[in-house]
Design a protein around this ligand. Structure first.
Ligand code: IPE
Ligand code: IPE
Ligand code: MG
Length: 235
């Protein structure tokens, strides 16, 4: 079986999963964060080199204040646990998204997480927090425009490759497989540039209940498809 090099996940359905158990939404988020630790380890053992997960979108600020606060609190504790798991499992952790509006202490914890794990050589683990694909592209355009004004690059020199170098994911290959849990079949502003040729896999399983077996199923499905990239099937 071919193991995709880069798997991106939209971990969705925490709230609905909790509701089905007659529990508050935040319980779903807590269990979702615990499951992420487990799946990270499984992914690495299966041979996945890059895992990129959507933790909080630029649109998620529109949720009720209580829920946003609870999520930020959860990210604070998750970030601290993640440093330990990263060092135990040789994971290199990076964040994508715009950290500037996050609270200073959370920003600092994320910085420490990246710095502490930067020389690890196992799983490359990307956390998308306050991430939006459109926002990422606009931030990249601002940087390109500034470089144009400064004379570092001319408009004619801007190619797809050069532009991709301005994105948050500049040193990360594009995902081979995208998984979205819990039934919705949309991107919700996730990695809209990077997913141009990615295979999509949707499952009804909500994120807190998603297991290694579900990950295997997604990879099996990925294997049964023909990747084309605009060409024809290679014989
Ligand atoms: C995903 O679960 C986690 C975040 C977006 C933070 P949801 O909170 O979206 O759960 P549902 O989709 O409402 O069930
Ligand atoms: C996408 O899930 C964002 C994350 C998983 C962080 P949402 O649950 O927020 O997406 P919509 O609102 O259903 O599109
Ligand atoms: Mg959702």
């Amino acid at each position: 079986m071919v193991i995709p090099q880069h798997v991106a996940i939209i971990l969705d359905g925490n709230g609905r999963w909790a509701k089905s158990k007659m529990m508050p939404r935040n319980y779903g988020h807590v269990r979702g964060a615990q499951n992420l630790e487990v799946i990270c380890e499984d992914a690495y053992k299966m041979g996945i080199k890059y895992l990129t997960v959507y933790l909080f979108s630029t649109e998620n600020w529109k949720r009720p204040e209580d829920e946003v606060n609870a999520l930020m609190k959860l990210f604070r504790s998750y970030t601290k646990t993640c440093v330990k798991t990263a060092m135990k499992n040789n994971m290199k952790v990076r964040t994508i998204g715009d950290p500037s509006v996050l609270d200073e202490d959370l920003r600092e914890s994320l910085r420490v997480l990246e710095e502490t794990s930067k020389n690890n050589t196992g799983l490359n683990f990307q956390i998308a927090i306050n991430y939006g694909g459109r926002d990422e592209i606009v931030r990249a355009i601002r940087k390109v425009a500034a470089d144009c004004v400064a004379g570092h690059i001319s408009p004619e020199e801007i190619t797809e490759e050069k532009f991709a170098g301005y994105l948050d994911t500049h040193d990360i290959p594009d995902p081979d497989l995208l998984i979205r849990t819990s039934g919705e079949q949309r991107l919700s502003n996730y990695l809209i540039w990077q997913l141009a040729y990615t295979e999509f896999y949707f499952t009804d399983v909500p994120w807190p209940a998603f297991t290694k077996e579900d990950l295997k199923k997604a990879i099996e499905k990925y294997n049964s498809r023909e990747r084309r990239f605009g060409g024809v099937k290679e014989e």
